[in-house]
Design a protein around this ligand. Structure first.
Ligand SMILES: Cc1ncc(COP(=O)(O)O)c(C=O)c1O
Length: 422
């Protein structure tokens, strides 16, 4: 339900907010099912970008003239908006970054490489995106820390025991200093029990980093309830512009971090042979930030939070169930991930027997259907699944049954084209 309205908007009304959904692709209506890669932008976000550049554009924090003060106020309002989105205790916990990748690298470079030692354990999962894996491989190489992976069962659910549905009791050990885990898998859609992982990590004094790139669009986030130390998400996956995102950090963690990048905008005082940093979060935002991006991200968060998030989630579970039913009937497909639609966040990966994922994607594109195929920056997961790549369908709030029907029709075409090749 939108704020100030009494009834839940129909999907048709929501679709009207997104100009790009009017497009035809290869002569067909666009069925955009690549939302885990990036979401489309509502008019409110596009207008916020244009409005900033038309009316308020100036650099932040340095000027005292009117436009600079307006730009600074809008940028700092966006920080407060992001704090509300995450239920962070203060805007001072919000660092603007280029996105999730930059945010996780900031934790790796600014905190982990200064606090981890030889033999310390970093706990990850086998389903991590490369953005939440490579920074830790780098930290391990630099510090002598070791990586340990939580495995998944046959339905793509985390298991510390290795047993089917075995749960995550015992996920950390006394040597664990850092737990870095994705909240939602970008390939399987699995929703991971990060709150329980954080509880276990807390008991051994380990730091908890949550990659929320894929959960932010689908689940209401509450960093205080999760009790994580850091959490990262990208604006472009929550209907905002590219090139901007957020690192949430507990104040005590941000205070203990060194800024890996330095330059203008992050120092109080510079002398020839010394300098004094600003307080967090500004300490971590060297150089001119993506001001318009932050402001438009604020508009995206307003847009998303303007709905009843539980209503959106119910719609998503219903549509996921429909897609699983439609795709599950096809003998030529192998589906991956949790069987229960409520166990995943609108992501449905599959492989088509004997057909390369890129070929599937190309044929579907010819039918106006946008999906993604490949390893999805999750090569260790692909190895675990025994796949060279998979095709991924990923949903957003504007998707409807018709998109799934168009996908099914496109898959008939894939079957017809490749039948003779197998
Ligand atoms: C789970 C996950 N983590 C991290 C990222 C990286 O996000 P970005 O490219 O916006 O930095 C992605 C992007 O797809 C993702 O799905």
């Amino acid at each position: 339900m939108r704020q100030n309205s009494t009834a839940a908007p129909s999907v048709a009304t929501i679709r009207g907010d997104f100009p790009i959904l009017q497009r035809q692709i290869n002569g067909r209506p666009l069925a955009y099912l690549d939302n885990a890669a990036t979401t489309q932008k509502p008019r409110a976000v596009i207008d916020a970008l244009v409005n900033f550049y038309e009316r308020h554009n100036a650099n932040t924090h340095s000027g005292v003239h009117t436009l600079s003060e307006e730009a600074t106020a809008l940028y700092e309002e966006a920080r407060a908006r992001a704090a509300r989105f995450l239920n962070a205790p203060s805007p001072r916990c919000i660092v603007f970054t280029q996105g999730t990748t930059a945010a996780i690298n900031l934790v790796a470079q600014g905190w982990a490489r200064h606090h981890l030692r030889q033999g310390d354990e970093i706990v990850l999962t086998v389903m991590e995106h490369h953005s939440n894996l490579l920074p830790w491989l780098g930290v391990a190489r630099e510090t002598g820390a070791v990586l340990r992976y939580l495995e998944i069962d046959g339905e793509g659910r985390l298991t510390a025991t290795g047993r089917e549905g075995g749960g995550i009791e015992g996920a950390v050990s006394r040597a664990t200093r850092l737990v870095a885990v994705t909240h939602v898998s970008n390939v399987l859609g699995t929703i991971n029990p990060v709150k329980e992982l954080a509880r276990q990590a807390r008991a051994v004094g380990a730091c908890v980093v949550v990659d929320a790139a894929q959960s932010a669009p689908h689940l209401s986030l509450d960093v205080q309830a999760l009790d994580c130390d850091f959490l990262a998400f990208s604006s472009h996956k929550v209907y905002g512009p590219t090139g901007i995102g957020v690192l949430y950090g507990k104040e005590e963690y941000l205070a203990a971090m060194e800024p890996p990048a330095s330059g203008g905008g992050m120092v109080l005082r510079v002398e020839r042979h010394s300098y004094e940093w600003m307080e967090p979060p500004w300490r971590f935002e060297a150089g001119t930030p993506n001001i318009a991006g932050a402001v438009a991200m604020g508009a995206a968060l307003d847009y998303l939070d303007g709905f009843d998030r539980e209503m959106l989630r119910r719609h998503e579970i219903e549509l996921t169930g429909y897609a699983l039913k439609v795709l599950g009937k096809r003998a030529d497909l192998t589906l991956h991930g949790p069987a229960d639609p409520a166990g995943r966040a609108g992501v449905i990966p599959f492989s088509v027997g004997g057909v390369h994922p890129h070929d599937v994607v190309e044929v579907l594109d010819g039918q106006g259907v946008a999906v993604r195929g490949g390893h999805h920056c999750c090569q260790p997961l692909m190895e675990h699944l025994g796949e060279r790549g998979v095709v991924r369908v990923s949903l957003a709030l504007y998707n409807e049954r018709q998109d799934i029907d168009q996908l099914a029709h496109g898959l008939d075409r894939v079957a017809a084209i490749f039948r003779n090749d197998r």
